[in-house]
Write a protein that binds this ligand. Structure first.
Ligand code: FAD
Length: 504
């Protein structure tokens, strides 16, 4: 296989994207939009195999990715019957009956003081004033009031709830006119070059043989190329994150669409509710060591509020990552490269981050080992940071009402989580690593929302005179309340800005 070239000569031109789920179409569309004239892009998918059919809650990075692709927001939102997501509502996580929101925005305002807002709030709290942390966050307040606006004067930070199937169709309609060739068929065999071990071609059941220079494995949990054919191992993080199954169902909407995802903990995991314009997405995530699929199925149907639209389906998954995301001439994106259970809806974010990096560092000149090492290092870092944040939700709990929660509470977390907890407990120190998805305020939201009260906080907060702190906090609350009161309701916002496209 010709992968080396004299300097300047382009050797990687033919790209095959294997798989047509969200990962496949996100990858093909992004490659076509950004590098289209330089590449020949083919996508292979099998309708018979289908897609996983979940993956409907997103993170704000999704918007940045769409902006880069010059996708018009209202078109996309109408096509995907999308609603706004301002954060995630967590219920029953530290104790049954608890509730908090992890918002996408920030708390308070950045003062010139060199400490994050939560230190000042903790100080106020210690003096017996200040109210709830969420009162200082526009996204939390707007979410609770079910309101949304793009401003002016100020738009909240937000993401979306999307219909995954409609979103994939929407992308396909962008990608094919931009030059992506789609082949329908099942991949039967992955042919390797006997000398280099590089992938040479994919052979379909129909006998069609599709050659390429670069292969992007988007075949979902099967990981047909990177995992099966190239033998890149899966690193299993299931000892830290025990949930490994979900029963999912779509249902009729019950009431106005709320602008946040709900994550409601139960004895062996949690249940999601994702409100779309035309229906709700629901799922019961559980650890199979602690709950049977039959029980999860029955509980899901008993607990959702609308009428189920289909028979619920069972999905088994593993939390973990492939040892390398990129090996030889194959990059895995989406579930083929790894998965962290869906509590913070990070999978689409990870694939978008991956394809952005692939475009930034596209291997036109061949597969330089330093490039692969750089790419793989970044991928691993992103996965591990998210893994740690998810572990935090399970580990920082007082629940002792089931074997599952006993395990979560008493588990030995990774050193990276242990260190974060130690810093937090001492003086409420939280941090965001370079390229980390979750911000200081995300860590603070979950830790405080799950009752992990630090022993101290930054002493600098004590330097603000008490009356000034009282005034500032009161002013912030008032400003946020005024902003929220001026926003239209979320359903009104949707019907004016991006009414659902007529159901296909
Ligand atoms: P898939 O959707 O499985 O697509 C695989 C593609 O490969 C299909 O087109 C299939 O036909 C094709 N294929 C496979 N084998 C062959 C073959 N032999 N020949 C030809 N084609 C083949 N992510 C989020 O960001 N937010 C969420 O809220 C969220 N919730 C989730 C909940 C659960 C329970 C799970 C398990 C995942 C969730 N995810 C979520 C992850 C999300 O579903 C995926 O990241 C997303 O759907 C992308 O999947 P994919 O394209 O990698 O795989």
């Amino acid at each position: 296989m010709n992968v080396k070239a004299p300097s300047g000569e382009r050797v990687v031109k033919r790209v095959v994207v294997a798989g047509g789920g969200t990962a496949g179409w996100v990858t093909a569309t992004a490659l076509a939009r950004h590098l289209g004239p330089l590449l020949d892009i083919t996508l292979i998918e099998s309708e018979e195999i289908g897609t996983i059919g979940v993956g409907e809650s997103t993170t704000p990075t999704f918007r940045g990715f769409h902006n880069l692709m010059k996708i018009k927001e209202e078109h996309f939102m109408s096509a995907a019957q999308a609603t706004v997501k301002l954060g995630i509502e967590f219920r029953n996580w530290a104790r049954v009956g608890d509730r908090y929101i992890h918002p996408f925005g920030t708390y308070g305002r950045r003062w010139s003081w060199m400490a994050d807002f939560h230190h000042f709030w903790l100080h106020a709290h210690a003096q017996g004033f200040g109210g709830e942390l969420g009162e200082y966050c526009l996204e939390t307040r707007a979410g609770e009031a079910n309101r949304m606006s793009l401003g002016p004067p100020l738009a909240p930070s937000y993401a979306y709830h999307i219909d995954a199937a409609r979103y994939a169709r929407f992308l396909r309609e962008l990608a094919e006119p931009a030059g992506v060739k789609r082949i329908e068929g099942k991949i039967r065999n992955v042919e390797l070059d006997p000398e280099s071990g590089f992938i040479e071609a994919l052979v379909l059941e129909s006998g069609i043989r599709v050659e390429a220079d670069l292969f992007v494995d988007c075949t979902g949990f099967r990981s047909l190329l990177l995992g099966d054919a190239l033998g890149v191992e899966f690193e299993d993080w299931g000892h830290w994150i025990r949930t490994n199954s979900a029963v999912a169902v779509q249902s009729t909407s019950d009431g106005p669409e709320q602008p946040y995802t709900s994550a409601i903990a139960h004895e062996a995991g949690w249940r999601w509710r994702i409100p779309l314009q035309h229906r709700d997405g629901n799922g019961f995530v559980f650890a199979s060591d602690f709950m049977s699929a039959d029980e999860a199925h029955a509980r899901l149907l008993a607990e959702i509020s609308g009428e189920p639209l289909f028979e619920p389906w069972l999905i088994r998954f593993k939390t973990g990552t492939r040892a390398k995301a990129w090996h030889k001439n194959c990059v895995a994106l989406g579930l083929a490269g790894g998965f962290i259970e869906p509590l913070e809806s990070t999978s689409i974010h990870l694939m978008m981050a991956g394809v952005t990096r692939l475009i930034e560092d596209f291997p036109f000149q061949g597969f330089n080992p330093s490039l692969l090492a750089y790419f793989n290092g970044k991928s691993r870092q992103e996965f591990e940071n998210i893994r740690d944040f998810i572990i935090l939700h399970y580990h920082v709990t007082e629940r002792d009402d089931s074997g599952f929660w006993d395990h979560c509470r008493t588990m030995d977390p990774p050193d990276s989580v242990r260190e974060r907890l130690a810093l937090w407990e001492e003086n409420a120190r939280a941090y965001q690593l370079p390229h980390e998805l979750f911000r200081v305020d995300s860590w603070a939201a979950v830790l405080l929302g799950q009752r992990r009260q630090p022993r101290g906080y930054h002493r600098l907060a004590e330097m603000m005179p008490e009356q000034q702190l009282r005034n500032e906090l009161a002013r912030m609350k008032r400003e946020i309340d005024d902003l929220v009161n001026d926003m239209p309701s979320h359903p009104d916002f949707l019907s004016r800005y991006c009414p659902a496209a007529i159901p296909a």
